[in-house]
Design a protein around this ligand. Sequence first.
Ligand SMILES: NC(=O)c1ccc[n+]([C@@H]2O[C@H](COP(=O)([O-])OP(=O)(O)OC[C@H]3O[C@@H](n4cnc5c(N)ncnc54)[C@H](OP(=O)(O)O)[C@@H]3O)[C@@H](O)[C@H]2O)c1
Length: 205
Amino acid sequence: MNITIIGSGNVGGALAVGFRKAGHSVILGVKDPALPFKGKDLALEYNFPFYAIPEAVQKSDVVVIAAPAHFAHEIAQTLGDVKGKVIIDTMNAVMKKPAHYTNASEAILDNCNSTDVVKCFNTTGAENMANPHYDTTPLDMFVAGDSVKGKQVAMQLAKDIGFGNCYDFGGNDKFSLLEQFALAWINLAMMQKMGRNIGFKLLKR
Ligand SMILES: NC(=O)c1ccc[n+]([C@@H]2O[C@H](COP(=O)([O-])OP(=O)(O)OC[C@H]3O[C@@H](n4cnc5c(N)ncnc54)[C@H](OP(=O)(O)O)[C@@H]3O)[C@@H](O)[C@H]2O)c1
């Protein structure tokens, strides 16, 4: 797949490297390519091309957004024509929410012309996205959204970077629940002081 990643910090950087290792083509979308940005060293190390956001978005079929969630609506307005493109929102509006929205994915859907917006890669720490394996057991990932195409793409990418499974959490009405699920991970890792090397695995019988 051709993937543009907007926000190349902890999450965007881990996903960029994972997608590249899985054989996908990755470019970075940045606020201003002439200025420093958080993932610039990574971009130079891995030779990820980087462009201003609208230009980067036009070069890809899949757009991953991994920036602060309260900018979600503003970032969505800068994407340009994204009709038919899959947008994967990794963001959690747990501290500051985008103005007038309860979660980041709704803010994106409302402010761009893609209907294929899904939330994924938000329910675990960036370290787990870089390496989802605990000994021989891979963590699981979760995805929500109405877009069948978007969910298929996110599920494939999650498996490509090593997650055991990527479970369907439901439609757009589950965006907020998936952010709350992320808050459960944050609570255990930070507030309950279990540390960031923990993650979720779904068991069935
Ligand atoms: N950290 C985690 O373990 C984790 C796990 C799951 C989900 N998340 C979610 O993932 C998102 C990113 O978290 P992170 O820890 O990766 O953050 P981070 O390391 O601080 O990186 C944020 C990135 O967003 C970019 N950015 C900031 N404002 C922007 C804007 N207005 N337009 C475009 N790009 C912008 C930054 O670029 P500049 O350097 O140019 O400012 C930077 O590359 C958050 O919403 C967070 O809730 C984080």
